[in-house]
Design a binder for this molecule. Structure first.
Ligand code: NAG
Ligand code: NAG
Ligand code: NAG
Ligand code: NAG
Ligand code: NAG
Length: 415
């Protein structure tokens, strides 16, 4: 009985709402985005290696192919704010800053495509971008057409300088304009982020319009920023988690792994929880110069497989006990991903006694399951029963990430 119930729970994927019908982002988008690491650095005279100019994206594209990033799944090289010229051209079209992008975006797209990668660009639903460059309000069709002609594959559409009462209309109009270009362009929105300040966003409408959407403030290169994002997500999971599914995802913002602010345990926690949240994996770091441990973590095939699970269900925080947080995400094939985050930031590693019978998703281990630890390091924990006790040792601000695979009695008898 319980087994039948389990199969019903994990095999029926009911999406309560319609998806944007562009065939894209069937699993969360993976790539690199310049903002958190490179921000609006336009000083190419003083800081040529880190300023926003065409070489930055070309170099990142080179490294992404050479160093196994593309092979691991990171496909989109994305430009954020501060790429355009301060004026539109005489035909009203956006143009790239001529000094920093002398070859133009089309050439850059050709270069990125020649490497087997895809190019993302940035614009804004309002009258200006957040950094004060020309916004797309009144130009949605023109800008969508320009991006399509350039060969752009993803648009991050910000929400600055827009009357919030018109946010939905603006985001929907741009969605339609992108569709009408006939080019497949991933549409990354910030609609709910700018709407939450006024009222609860309509996630049905958002999912119909966008491939992913930011709900909360920008990520910073710090553990306190990661914690704020996790806390916001857990507090609002009843609104946002049901909206996620193939074609549309909640976006908790960029991975800051490989930068300056997170310890290695905290980097593992960001990677594990972004996998549980079915988040787009957009790295913002310097891939030309990244430490081997961060690289290995970002390219960890088993964590990426959890993030990219085809069932496409976002996980939730399912419990908080003694400053341990438990997060669970149902996966395809009768599997469950389980993350246990140690939120105590004093002392040493703490032991977490995991009794599978006490899990909200205990059915996965009824009567037996196979448990694998993915982080902090790979380890087969073997066949376990409902009343097995697993003793996990978790470092302060670190996470243990596990997968639990249900073993059905039929399969056991047959094999
Ligand atoms: C545009 O939308 C229609 C239906 O809504 C869909 O069938 C088509 O694939 C979309 N085209 C693009 C390029 O997204
Ligand atoms: C925003 O739009 C509403 C409705 O059109 C209008 O009443 C309001 O004054 C506008 N707010 C601002 C700040 O422009
Ligand atoms: C969206 O499109 C409709 C229909 O063309 C138009 O009336 C409306 O003004 C547009 N809104 C925005 C914010 O562009
Ligand atoms: C939310 O959006 C959907 C789809 O656009 C619409 O059918 C529904 O009426 C909206 N709900 C509310 C409360 O406005
Ligand atoms: C967890 O997330 C799913 C969507 O993936 C949702 O349907 C469910 O109600 C959530 N459960 C809790 C306890 O928040």
């Amino acid at each position: 009985m319980i087994i039948n119930l389990l199969m019903a729970v994990v095999s029926v994927s009911v999406y309560p709402v319609q998806t944007l019908d562009n065939g894209l982002a069937l699993t969360p988008t993976m790539g690199w985005l310049h903002w958190e690491r490179f921000m609006c650095n336009t000083d190419c005279d003083m800081d040529p290696d880190n300023c926003i100019r065409e070489e930055l994206y070309m170099q990142m594209a080179d490294v992404m192919v050479k160093e196994g990033w593309l092979e691991a799944g990171y496909e989109y090289v994305c430009i954020d704010d501060c790429w355009p010229h301060h004026q539109r051209d005489p035909q009203g079209r956006l143009q790239a800053d001529p000094k920093r992008f002398p070859s133009g975006i089309k050439k850059l797209a050709d270069y990125v495509h020649s490497k087997g990668l895809k190019l993302g660009i940035y614009a804004d639903v309002g009258s200006k971008t957040c950094a004060g460059y020309p916004g797309s309000l009144g130009y949605y069709e023109t800008d969508a057409k320009t991006f399509a002609e350039w060969g752009v594959d993803l648009l991050k559409f910000d929400g600055c300088y827009m009357n919030w009462t018109m946010l939905g209309e603006g985001y929907k109009n741009m969605s339609r304009a992108l569709n009408q270009t006939g080019r497949s362009i991933v549409y990354s929105c910030e609609w709910p982020l700018y709407e939450w300040a006024y009222h609860e966003p309509n996630y049905t409408a958002i999912r119909e319009t966008c491939n992913h959407w930011r709900n909360f403030a920008d990520v910073y290169d710090s553990w306190s920023s990661i914690k704020t994002i996790l806390d916001w997500t857990a507090t609002n999971q009843r609104f946002i988690a049901p909206a996620a599914g193939p074609g549309g995802w909640n976006d908790p913002d960029m991975l800051v792994i490989g930068n300056f602010g997170l310890s290695h345990n905290q980097q593992q926690s960001q990677m594990a929880l972004w996998a549980i949240m079915a988040a787009p994996l957009m790295m913002s770091n310097d891939l030309r110069d990244i430490c081997p441990k961060s690289k290995e973590l970002l390219q960890n095939r088993r964590v990426i497989a959890i993030n990219q699970d085809p069932l496409g269900k976002q996980g939730n925080r399912t419990g908080v006990v003694d400053q341990f947080e438990m997060w669970e995400r149902p996966l395809s094939g009768g599997r469950l991903a389980l993350a246990i985050l140690n939120r105590q930031e004093i002392g040493g590693p703490r032991r977490f006694p995991l009794t599978l019978a006490t899990l909200p998703s205990y059915q996965y281990c009824n009567p037996m399951c196979n448990v694998t630890q993915i982080l902090p390091m790979y380890q087969e924990l073997g066949v376990q029963g409902l009343f097995s006790k697993l003793l996990l040792k978790i470092n302060p601000s670190g996470t243990a990430l596990l997968t639990v695979t249900h073993i059905s009695i039929n399969a056991t008898i047959l094999s």
